[in-house]
Design a binder for this molecule. Structure first.
Ligand SMILES: Nc1ncnc2c1ncn2[C@@H]1O[C@H](COP(=O)(O)OP(=O)(O)OP(=O)(O)O)[C@@H](O)[C@H]1O
Ligand SMILES: [Mg+2]
Length: 308
């Protein structure tokens, strides 16, 4: 299916400012610095096809998806509704076995859920209402038997502090706003210290202002903790802001159409002409047919991609 395959540049984010922005600002379409030191991806997805089987038919949700996610990446899966983003995330989490292909995390094949992959789902009503905020955050840690009760509560307090909710440790979920519940869910996931944090449209249900604030907080947390994030969204703008790398998925079944380096965009870029132009180009990449078109568009756009 691949007619054009321009230079693939994979660059895991190094601490501190990234050199890619200036490279792209100079207008070089496929440039950047490969990262030989980080050549081994933390998470490797190879030829992954996923299906739902009902009694009378089979729905192929993704088709031969390849992804390499490196340590401290903020990797975004971007694509229209129904293209298999959630299915892909659930499979990486270990809930859906592949019909072909494999998922390998740190050299080990993923065959079931595990504490090294924690998912934050779209609905924040994942918090048991009868547990205090502190107990909600500490609970999965206790359940995993990784740490003592005291350490679980200490770690929970630490991560509640990180999301600015220390004052609400003894509150109950119903006493929190939607955004605050979201932060509890993130604190709970981070407290598990997973190898990969998986987030499925975590901010989709929030109003625009809260969503923006949550994106900001997530990025701030990432600056502090440098965790590896796999983030699903169907918002181009959110993908550009949150991600350092973006995989564009085509609809039904989901395939990776192109991969984009998004280091240069941040919340500070919002509203700028260059940011809007990048968004418009991604829109075209997502919705135009044909790999040749994708490659040509990417080159025109000065986007650093590898088209599939
Ligand atoms: N439990 C299920 N049984 C059968 N088909 C399913 C099931 N869940 C999802 N699908 C189908 O699999 C495909 C991918 O669904 P998925 O939920 O992964 O998409 P998505 O990209 O996450 O969409 P959205 O952006 O709307 O959340 C769709 O065609 C959907 O109809
Ligand atoms: Mg989904």
């Amino acid at each position: 299916m691949s007619t054009a395959r321009p230079i693939t540049v994979r660059e895991a984010e190094a601490p501190g400012p990234t050199p890619v922005a200036s490279v792209l600002a100079d207008g070089a379409p496929f440039s950047g610095q490969a990262s030989p030191a980080l050549s081994e991806p933390l998470l490797r997805v190879r030829g992954l096809s996923l299906e739902y089987r009902t009694r009378d038919h089979v729905v192929r949700a993704t088709h031969k998806v390849d992804l390499d996610i490196f340590e401290a990446d903020r990797f975004v899966l971007l694509g229209p509704s129904g293209c298999g983003k959630s299915t892909l995330l659930k499979s990486i989490a270990g809930f859906i076995p592949p019909v072909e292909g494999e998922i390998v995390l740190e050299g080990r094949r993923v065959v079931e859920p595990g504490p090294d992959r924690i998912v934050v789902f779209q609905e924040f009503d994942q918090l048991p209402p009868w547990k205090s905020v502190l107990d909600n955050v500490a609970f999965p840690l206790l359940a995993s038997r990784k740490v003592s009760r005291r350490e679980a509560r200490e770690r929970a307090r630490h991560f509640l502090g990180k999301v600015g909710l220390s004052a609400f440790a003894q509150s109950y979920p119903h006493q929190l706003s939607g955004g605050m519940k979201g932060r509890v869910a993130i604190a709970r996931a981070l407290a598990m210290q997973p190898r990969v944090l998986l987030m499925d449209e975590p901010f989709a249900a929030l109003d625009a202002l809260t969503r923006r604030r949550m994106q900001e907080e997530l990025l701030q947390l990432w600056e502090e903790a440098r965790f590896t994030l796999l983030f699903v969204t169907h918002s181009i703008e959110e993908a550009l802001v949150v991600g350092n790398r973006i995989a564009l998925l085509s609809p039904r079944p989901g395939r990776v159409r192109a991969e984009i380096n998004a280091h240069e965009w941040s919340l500070a870029s919002l509203g700028g002409a260059a940011f809007q132009a990048a968004g418009a180009r991604i829109h075209r990449l997502l919705f135009e047919d044909g790999a040749g078109t994708v490659a040509r568009e990417a080159a025109d756009a000065g986007l650093e991609t590898s088209a599939r």
